[in-house]
Structures are given as structure tokens and as C-alpha cells.
Design a protein around this ligand. Structure first.
Ligand code: GDP
Ligand code: MG
Length: 163
């Protein structure tokens, strides 16, 4: 079995865009399990001689706020169970939200390697702004643009080094 990397983060940060960039031309396999966040897409990726499986999580977004928080927690716990590494995606266009803080707290309290991916860093100004995300408490962050691909090479270098 290949090492597994899960992509987690609140809705609209760009998880699926990053997932599509990581799997490239390969096809995603869709598993629609019943349950709130058990809708996941699997794809395979390859970087620096390393093959790995990527999981895109959390397609369904409940409107009710309590259900929503539960769903996000479930997404994170599932990812921690089934992955060798986690890509925690946030979004520099929006900045830090309560949900980002809540997810960061759960992720920091466990042992799997977590890569903080600050997405939508499409240009120089936005790359500067990513520094605010150090307040989430991770040692390192990776500014990327899933749309234009910038920064994804550095992220992948770091990820596969430890897979
Ligand atoms: P998800 O809900 O986390 O899976 O997010 P999506 O991948 O569906 O993206 C949400 C929105 O953000 C879409 O309109 C994307 O086009 C946009 N988006 C994703 N990545 C980037 C990026 O790197 N830069 C910009 N400017 N927009 C992005
Ligand atoms: Mg998505």
C-alpha cells in the first residue's frame, strides 16, 4: 500500500483545487460513503521517485453550525486515522478564521506530520501576508497557489522527504 496523504481544511480554502493539481492527469476515485464528511476522493500522485495516495476530504457542507463543527472534527479525526501525513490548508485571501484555529488545535495535539499549506498565495503581496498564519502554532508554513502552481514544489519536496 502507498503512503497516504490527506488534505483537510475548512470549506473554500482550495482543497479540491490542490488535490487536482497533485494528482494531475490521473483519475480520482470517488467514495461516497454515507455520513457527513465521508465523501472522499482518492487519487495517486508522484514526486521525486515517491508514489503516494492523496485524499480530498469534505465535499458536503452542512448549514447548521453545530453539525458543521462536528463534521469538521470528524473530517480531521478520519484524516488522522487513515493518513501518514496531513496537508492542513488555509487561505490567505480570507485570513485566519475560528474554524482554522479549531482545526489547528486538534491537529497540533496529535503525532502525524502536518504541513500547513497557506493557499491562494498567488502573488508577492499575498506571499508576504501568509506570515500571519504562524500564529496557528506550526513551525513551518508553505505558501502555495493551487491555481498557478507556485510553491507546490517546495511543499512536495518537504512532504515526500518524510513519507
Ligand atoms: P475546497 O472547498 O477547499 O475544496 O475549495 P475549492 O478547491 O473548491 O476552491 C474554492 C474556491 O477557491 C474556488 O473558487 C477556487 O477556484 C478558488 N481557489 C482555489 N485555489 C486557489 C488559489 O490558489 N488562488 C486563488 N486565487 N483561488 C483559489
Ligand atoms: Mg472541495
Amino acid at each position: 500500500m502507498l503512503p497516504v496523504v490527506s488534505i483537510v481544511g475548512r470549506p473554500n480554502v482550495g482543497k479540491s483545487t490542490l488535490f487536482n493539481r497533485l494528482i494531475g492527469q490521473r483519475r480520482a476515485i470517488v467514495h461516497d460513503f454515507s455520513g457527513v464528511t465521508r465523501d472522499r476522493h482518492y487519487g495517486n500522485s508522484f514526486w521525486n521517485d515517491t508514489d503516494f495516495t492523496v485524499i480530498d476530504t469534505g465535499g458536503y457542507v452542512p448549514q447548521d453550525e453545530d453539525v458543521f463543527l462536528t463534521a469538521i472534527r470528524e473530517q480531521v479525526h478520519l484524516a488522522m486515522d487513515e493518513s501518514d501525513a496531513i496537508l492542513f490548508v488555509v487561505d490567505v485571501e480570507t485570513g485566519i478564521t475560528d474554524l482554522d484555529n479549531a482545526m489547528a488545535q486538534i491537529l497540533r495535539a496529535q503525532k502525524k506530520p502536518v504541513y500547513l499549506v497557506v493557499n491562494k498565495a498567488d502573488n508577492e503581496e499575498r506571499r508576504w501576508n501568509t506570515a500571519e498564519f504562524y500564529s496557528l502554532g506550526f513551525d513551518q508554513l508553505f505558501p502555495v497557489s493551487s491555481v498557478n502552481g507556485s510553491g507546490t514544489g517546495d511543499l512536495l519536496d518537504a512532504l515526500v522527504r518524510d513519507l
